[in-house]
Design a protein around this ligand. Sequence first.
Ligand code: AHR
Length: 351
Amino acid sequence: MRSFIKGLSVLLLAAALLGGCGRGNSGDQTDNISDEMNNQADEYTTVGFSQLGAESDWRSANTESMMTAFTEKDGYSLIYKNGQQKQANQITAIRTFIQQEVDYIVLAPATESGWESVLEEAREAGIPVILVDRRVNTSDKNLYSCWVGSDFELEGKKMAAWIKAYTEKKGIKPEEVNIVNIQGNIGSTAQIGRSRGLANAARDNGWNLKAEVSGDFTETKGREVMAALLKRFDDVNVVYCENDNMAIGAIDAIEAAGKKAGSDISAGEIMVVSFDGVNQDALSFAREGRISCIAECNPLHGPRVRALIEALISGAEPDKFNYVEEKLFSSLPEVESVTVDGEVYEVESDF
Ligand code: AHR
């Protein structure tokens, strides 16, 4: 914050001095103006936000949520850096924030590993770090103040419970369920949790998990990966896409191969399920049944991160891990709710 504020103070002070000269202000008044400018500038809380990239609609919505939560009108100065999907860029951004002496660092990490050194540097500089969306797997959990985001494994478990309930209702035997998983970027919390949710359910239910291939959370890679999987296997009937953008790409590939994306597996359709519920096309596909079910992943973390920072400012100690509640969306009438770990989750059909 300090260097930005100093720059702002100098400009404001210069303007005040120029205006003041014409009105014949005394030296004392100038000192008062100077103090006032510094006090005003000191009111900004500076937040350095290292976003991991712009790979999906979810990510764009998340960035926008952060931008609108931290505005100068509310007393914040947000410094945004896009990591372009590279951890090295995010590490450089954090080091820049440290040099700039920001008040808080918010990190949306691309992957979980490799953060110890830079988070140690932030701690030595006395700058609290708030994690948003994905997590880091440092052995020392005190390298960051707190985290807010989704329970990605729970999302995966809910989706697997939906697939189980749906296929059972339709009389499809477990051994007839042939699934491929188009994964997110490998090593990210979202990928790890969603992949684990599916892999455990496939093992427990006796489904054939035929392949797990990363589509990096992008539509282009989702299309490419699905096209390759259709050439490799001729019996895939469920495609578990770890986000909506990849699902849209996968549906393109399914249709380009002359097949139909839909829930009538017995009639040869390929069932596509996905995560997020942010992309409007994906939601339309879900209303039409081309996507059979979407597990919501809520991106609107800006106000949540701001509340955490405000708690820290007030001297409170917020909870270390803060989970958001999320829904399942499906226009198919067969499954009204799923139960995971003793909790019942209603399936929303009106979305
Ligand atoms: O970490 C959240 C995931 O990242 C979203 O599901 C995906 O769309 C995004 O890229």
